[in-house]
Ligand binder design. Sequence first.
Ligand SMILES: Nc1ncnc2c1ncn2[C@@H]1O[C@H](COP(=O)(O)OP(=O)(O)OP(=O)(O)O)[C@@H](O)[C@H]1O
Ligand SMILES: [Mg+2]
Length: 257
Amino acid sequence: MFTMELPKDKKVIRTRNNKVVYDCGDTVAKVFNATKPAADIFNEALNLSRAAQAGIDVPEIVEVGKAAGSWVISTKKVEGKTMREIGDEDASKRPMLTEQFVELQLDIHKHRNPLLNRQKDKYTRMINAAGEVLDETTRYELLMRLDGMPNKHEICHGDFVPSNVIVREDGSHCVCDWAHATQGDGAADCAASYLHFKMRGADEFAENYINAYCEKSGVTKEHVQNWLPIIAASELSRGRVVEQDFLLSWVNVADYQ
Ligand SMILES: Nc1ncnc2c1ncn2[C@@H]1O[C@H](COP(=O)(O)OP(=O)(O)OP(=O)(O)O)[C@@H](O)[C@H]1O
Ligand SMILES: [Mg+2]
């Protein structure tokens, strides 16, 4: 195997607890820390390739390899700004960005790739893995609810947020960060985005977003809301300590429905 070498003058785009994303000039390198299983890196790279295969505008993969002992996914740099940066810089653009954001998500849902992981399999696995936080009865009820949700094959990004959409100079959109992608019900993807915004306290944006999604897609808000306890329970399997109470409150919404 070739060992990758990252340029000395690379610039940090973002640091997370388990990875650093670098601007390397012509490419962007996502460098994972040593605890990240190799299978996760290959799954993310495979999802990215499958989204590309389905015809979605995504960054082109350059290579997957190791640099100084860490797994790296390297993609061709897309010139532009993320929707998040544009919205942070100019609040007056936010209503227009929300519309475009929802339209882009609905366009992704129109794409198909039968090889992508199945949404129900993924959420089943995650709910089962949340055993430390959720008792057996709750997990069983959530799995029954999941079983009753529609079997669809829409491509779902899984972490569709404005920082994962790069807007080019010509106005076209390129979507990055496919680690959580599946095929399934687009409404679940909407529920995941909604919960993400609520979790970060962006309540106003969350409500504008879900309303725009339901209006443009014709999906009822009730149907999106039916996914929320499932998504919240799945997120609990990631061992999120800070967000645990928030997520549990959304799991328990199921009791009142
Ligand atoms: N190919 C690319 N071209 C240009 N910018 C990119 C590219 N890939 C990633 N980025 C930028 O790097 C940021 C982080 O990358 P990415 O979303 O893949 O990682 P992340 O750590 O999962 O981020 P987060 O968890 O915040 O969504 C993106 O928000 C985007 O601004
Ligand atoms: Mg991201």
